[in-house]
Write a protein that binds this ligand. Structure first.
Ligand SMILES: [Zn+2]
Length: 85
């Protein structure tokens, strides 16, 4: 699946999944819909969205995902505010 994924830096299709190095990266992996990749050509290492890795146009769906999270936190904050009153 990751075999034909192009590197954002050198544009080579040499990306491979990279292991998370520390706790923050492990935590990030759980929270955000991104995965760590490393380029075997230029040694670039970074996050690429799961959807992009799956070859889908992702930005619109991703914005809806984050918009949903923001709306949800507003609803929770509003509910808590009502309870406190
Ligand atoms: Zn590269």
């Amino acid at each position: 699946m990751s075999a034909n994924l192009a590197c954002p830096k050198c544009k080579e299709e040499a990306l491979h999944r990279s292991r998370s190095r520390n706790r923050i990266e492990k935590l990030m992996k759980r929270i955000i819909p991104y995965r760590l990749y490393r380029c075997h050509q230029c040694q670039w290492r970074g996050w690429i969205s799961k959807r992009r890795a799956n070859g889908q146009a992702s930005y619109l769906r991703l914005s809806f995902f984050y918009l949903g999270i923001i709306l949800l936190s507003f609803v929770i904050a509003w509910t808590l505010w009502i309870i406190v009153q």
